[in-house]
Every structure is written in structure tokens, then in C-alpha cells.
Design a protein around this ligand. Structure first.
Ligand SMILES: Nc1ncnc2c1ncn2[C@@H]1O[C@H](COP(=O)(O)OP(=O)(O)O)[C@@H](O)[C@H]1O
Ligand SMILES: O=C(CO)[C@@H](O)[C@@H](O)COP(=O)(O)O
Length: 569
């Protein structure tokens, strides 16, 4: 009798904003065998905050290390219990990692985070600078201004504006606000590079592979100007910045490459074999796109705390530089194709803010206030509340790329209800989503299909119906409830030799659900009217070129807030 071929498995580890999740999948068809989540224990839901500065968001790097061990151990343990899956830990062929970003970490010469040694343990500047840390707005504006004057075209691949969420702005802000930490750091390593480096013992900042996803989207790495920005440009920002570039590995790698094998020590801790190949890391959104089956013409929306919009484009077809689209990077999603990234800096975070701060207790009485508000908001018709909101509570990432914009709600009366506001906030995020789709298409990137994934796409059908109505397009949902981790696992399968490349793996391992949210005629009509008004507010408050001359309002409010906070110590 012939011996049956044993199944092979891959693991995807997805580092989100508040937690890390490990997923074990069968490489033959993407079946999800087991998963385990580790909530970061430090700070407020894993985020270290500063009472005096709402723009600050840091993370304890130790949570990432503990999180790898705990989530992978948990997933393996659970997989072993699924007897029918045929899982055996020795048959895990590869591991892929995705993380938030830009989340750079100041590290020492060995690659260990400064925050993990005594002196800097409590220093906020020595922690990981989480993607949504917006303390570096002034530095981002300065980088934009100086890059605009440079002949090298550094802004062409990042939408024309450098963001305060990104690498160089954060490193420069550290130099200016915490020079002792900047001086102590040997290098700055993105979380997406740190984790694969750590688990393979390949942490030397000078030699560790660094992913093209983080480098290209956040650190202005591009072949057009020979890799990272030139020293002459960095020196204009700060004489010490070239030192940071010097320790940033010059050749950026794609996720079908291997960082190394799992170290014996970590393999033992998590219950895997030493040497299992680990793929080069990338951002959660990009891996989400892979896990949702992205291909040219498909826009994947990864809808969670924030939303990222990711698509790909063939390298051999013309592609314009798209203003406001925050990244166009060859190989950042699928090797051999351009990866394009746009997004909204807050989506679920806006709903969460409302639920936590402003919603009457009765909505939380029976459990989740999101669910109760959604049930009430679902009863409303588009336009019925008379409300319209802007989705900028955490700034605008696309197309305005301005962290110093804020949220807004217009049309309240003394009868306005919490459910009406909740719905208006959802609609505002849908209008922001449409503005992004329109921008892609204006520049020739056709969006033939939209596939959604992430927590919100999974949890809230009303949100998806509103998006279908506002965007006047069907909204599909990725088959996997853990699409980012699945995307990472796909690269685990590729580096483990199960597939020759990512598209081959995607064909077998990804899919969409049978439920598709289709646009409803009447709603589409009303939302088209509301979108015009949304764009009027958008341009008035968000651009200096609008006739309305309101673009100072949000910024002046922030300036007054900062001044008053400073005055009161
Ligand atoms: N039922 C719901 N409807 C809409 N949003 C929700 C609901 N439940 C949670 N959220 C929001 O989803 C976000 C979390 O999304 P998720 O994809 O799980 O996390 P992450 O973005 O960190 O990966 C939170 O901001 C939360 O406010
Ligand atoms: O900005 C990026 C990727 O470029 C994301 O990592 C960031 O929006 C965080 O996403 P999540 O909130 O984890 O869904």
C-alpha cells in the first residue's frame, strides 16, 4: 500500500495595533486549522500614551517578542488538538510575518530595542513608534518642503506629501525631542523587519534583510534615486540622519525571500522545528491584500482600526505617480508587480471613539455598544438624519495626507440621536473610501472589483451595505476572517517551497464569501447627493485652494490647543 503524502502547513503571524494573532493554515487550500491571539499587555490596549499629547502612540517592544511566543505556541497547541486536520508540527514548512507600520524601533548594535534595557525601559522615545503616532507632523512638513525642492523626486512615489506616520519623520522628531535616545540608538528598525530578524537570530541592523514594503512605502527607498534618500538630502534635515541610513541595509527584499531559519531557542519555545524558513516581513495591509487574492483590477480594503486600500499593477504597464496615494512600490505586495497603498488613518477608531466617549450607557447595557448602535442605525434611511461628517478624527491619509485635520459633524439638532451620529460617522468613512477609489481611477488605475477584509468587514454588514451604496459598487468579503495572517502564511508557504510564487499560492489558498453587498438604487441616489456635500466640506476644510477659505480652522484649533496645554504645564 502506498504511504499517503503528509499534509504541509504554514504559519502567518499578524501584528495588529492592539494584539498579535498566529494562524496555522493547510497550504493545499488555505484551510485555517488553528489560531491564537495575544493582547499586548502594556499601556492602554497595548498602546503607551502621553496624557499631555494626544498625538503620541508608542508600544513596548517586549510585547512583540512575548506575543510571538504566546500566539504561535497557542496556535500550535490548538492545531494539535484538531486531529482530523492531519497537523504535525514537523510539517510546518514556513512562517510569514506582517505588522503595522511605519512602526520603527530604536535598537542597539545587536539589534535589540533600547527599550528592553534598564536605562531606557520607561523612556517613551525609546519604545516602538506606532504607526499612528502623529507627534512628527512638523518634521513631516519639513521633509515634504525640502523634498519638493530636491531634484531627486523623492515625493513622486508617495503621493507628493511625506506623512508624520512614516520612518524619517519619526526618527527626526526623536533627534529633536529626545536627543539622548537618538544618540543611544545604533539604528532604527521597522517592526516588520524586527520580528523576522529576532526569530531567526538575524538581527544585526547592518546585515539583516529589510523588506521593500516598509522601506519603499515609509522610508522613501526607490531604485529611481538609488535606494534610500541620498546623504546630501538627509543632511539638510539633520547632520546626523545619514548615520541612520548607513545602518539601514541597502538592498530591500521581497516577501518571497527568506530571512533565515527559526532559531533553535525560539523553535523549542513555540513547539516547532529549528530552521523553519521565515519570509521577509511586510505590513499587515499588504499581506491582507495578498490573503484577499489581490490582482490587477482588484482593490482590497483592509477595514479595522484604520483602513488601508491596496492594489497591484503590472510592472510592464504605464503607471502615473498618483497625488495623495501614499505609496507606489515595486514588489511591496506581490513580487514582480507595483504595490499601491492608500488609506484612511481612522475608521473603526472613529466608531470606537464615539462609543467610548459619547454614547449613552443604555447602548452598552446588553453587551457591545457597536452592535446596539448598528441595530438602531440600520433602521435609518440615507439622508434621513440630516447629518454629514468628515472622517478625519486621526487626520487624513489619502488624498490630502494631512495629520493636522480633525473630525467634524454638521447638521445636528436638539433631536439628533446617538444612532444617527453613528450612522453619519460610518457614512463619512464610506465617502472617504469613495474619494480614494475616484483618485485611483482618475489616474488610470481601474478598480474592477472591491474585496473587503478585516474586523469591520467581518463584523458589520450595515457598514458594508453603506459602502456598497456610497461607492455604487458591489462589496465582496474575503473568505478568511484572518486575511492578513493568511497573506503572511502564503509567503510562509512560498519560502517553504510549497508554491513557486505568491500568485500560484493565492489561487489555491484564497477566495471570497458567497455574500456580496450590492448597491441599492434609492440609496445610491441619495448618497450621490451627500457625497457632493462631503466633497464640498472636504475641499473647504482640507485644501487651501478652495474658495471657502476654511483650511485654517482645524489647524488653528490644534495650535490653540497646543498653546493652552503648554501654558497650563
Ligand atoms: N460591530 C462593529 N462595528 C463596527 N466597528 C467595530 C465593531 N466592533 C469593533 N469595531 C471596530 O473595529 C476596530 C478593530 O478592527 P480589527 O480589524 O479587529 O482590528 P485591527 O485594525 O487592530 O487589526 C476597532 O476600531 C473597533 O472600533
Ligand atoms: O499603515 C499601515 C500600513 O501601511 C497599517 O499598518 C496601519 O494602518 C495599521 O493598520 P491596522 O490598524 O492594524 O489595521
Amino acid at each position: 500500500m502506498s504511504k499517503s503524502v503528509e499534509k504541509q502547513f504554514a504559519i502567518g503571524v499578524d501584528y495588529g495595533t492592539n494584539s498579535v494573532r498566529a494562524l496555522v493554515v493547510d497550504v493545499a487550500d488555505g484551510t485555517e486549522i488553528a489560531s491564537s491571539v495575544y493582547e499586548y499587555p502594556s499601556g492602554d490596549q497595548g498602546i503607551l500614551l502621553d496624557r499631555k499629547d494626544p498625538h503620541l502612540a508608542r508600544q513596548n517592544p517586549a510585547d512583540y517578542i512575548d506575543g510571538f511566543e504566546a500566539s504561535v505556541t497557542g496556535a500550535i497547541r490548538m492545531a494539535k488538538k484538531q486531529k482530523q486536520s492531519g497537523f504535525r508540527a514537523e510539517n510546518v514548512v514556513g512562517i510569514g510575518i506582517d505588522t503595522t507600520g511605519s512602526t520603527p524601533i530604536p535598537v542597539d548594535k545587536t539589534g535589540m530595542p533600547l527599550a528592553m534595557s534598564g536605562k531606557y525601559k520607561k523612556n517613551l522615545a525609546a519604545q516602538a513608534w506606532l504607526w499612528k503616532d502623529h507627534t512628527s507632523a512638523a518634521e513631516a512638513a519639513e521633509i515634504t518642503a525640502k523634498a519638493e525642492r530636491s531634484k531627486d523626486g523623492y515625493l513622486t512615489k508617495c503621493g507628493g506629501i511625506y506623512s508624520s506616520e512614516w520612518y524619517w519623520a519619526k526618527v527626526l522628531h526623536c533627534k529633536r525631542s529626545s536627543p539622548e535616545v537618538f544618540d543611544a540608538a545604533y539604528a532604527w528598525v521597522e517592526l516588520a523587519d524586527f520580528v523576522p530578524g529576532y526569530i531567526t537570530g538575524n538581527m544585526n541592523p547592518d546585515t539583516m534583510p529589510r523588506g521593500i514594503c516598509a522601506a519603499g512605502h515609509k522610508a522613501m527607498f526607490h531604485d529611481d534615486w538609488g535606494g534610500l534618500p541620498k546623504n546630501a538630502f538627509l543632511k539638510k534635515l539633520d547632520a546626523d540622519l545619514p548615520k541612520v541610513a548607513e545602518h539601514y541595509t541597502a538592498n530591500s527584499s521581497t516577501c518571497d525571500e527568506t530571512v533565515g531559519g527559526l532559531t533553535e531557542q525560539i523553535a523549542k519555545k513555540v513547539g516547532l522545528s529549528a530552521g523553519v524558513p521565515v519570509a521577509v516581513g511586510a505590513f499587515d495591509a499588504h499581506m491582507g491584500a495578498v490573503g484577499a487574492g489581490v490582482k490587477p483590477g482588484t482593490l482590497v480594503k483592509i477595514m479595522g482600526t484604520s483602513t488601508c486600500d491596496v492594489t497591484v499593477w503590472p510592472l510592464d504597464q504605464p503607471l502615473a505617480d498618483i497625488p495623495g496615494v501614499c505609496g507606489i512600490v515595486p514588489g511591496s505586495v506581490i513580487p514582480g508587480m507595483y504595490g499601491l497603498e492608500a488609506g484612511q488613518s481612522a475608521v473603526g477608531d472613529i466608531f470606537n471613539w464615539f462609543v467610548k466617549q459619547l454614547v449613552p450607557a443604555k447602548y452598552a447595557a446588553d453587551g457591545d455598544a457597536h452592535v446596539a448602535l448598528t441595530a438602531a442605525a440600520e433602521e435609518l434611511k440615507p439622508g434621513e438624519s440630516g447629518l454629514l461628517a468628515l472622517d478625519w478624527n486621526n487626520g487624513n491619509r489619502t488624498v490630502l495626507v494631512d495629520p493636522l485635520l480633525s473630525g467634524m459633524l454638521i447638521g445636528q439638532t436638539l433631536h439628533t440621536t446617538a444612532a444617527e451620529i453613528y450612522r453619519a460617522l460610518v457614512e463619512a468613512t464610506a465617502f472617504g473610501a469613495l474619494a480614494i477609489i475616484n483618485r485611483f481611477e482618475e489616474y488610470g488605475v481601474e478598480v474592477k472589483e472591491v474585496v473587503n477584509c478585516g474586523g469591520i468587514a467581518e463584523k458589520n454588514p450595515m457598514v458594508m451595505q453603506i459602502y456598497a451604496d456610497v461607492c455604487n459598487r458591489p462589496m465582496k468579503i474575503s473568505r478568511s476572517a484572518q486575511t492578513c495572517a493568511l497573506g503572511a502564511a502564503i509567503f510562509g508557504a512560498v519560502v517553504g517551497g510549497a508554491y513557486k510564487n505568491a500568485p500560484a499560492a493565492q489561487k489555491k489558498m484564497t477566495g471570497t464569501k458567497t455574500t456580496i453587498y450590492r448597491p441599492r438604487k434609492a440609496a445610491v441616489k441619495t448618497y450621490a447627493e451627500l457625497y457632493k456635500l462631503y466633497m464640498q466640506l472636504h475641499d473647504a476644510f482640507g485644501t487651501s485652494t478652495s474658495d471657502a477659505k476654511l483650511s485654517n480652522v482645524m489647524k488653528d484649533l490644534i495650535a490653540i490647543r497646543t498653546r493652552v496645554a503648554k501654558e497650563s504645564g
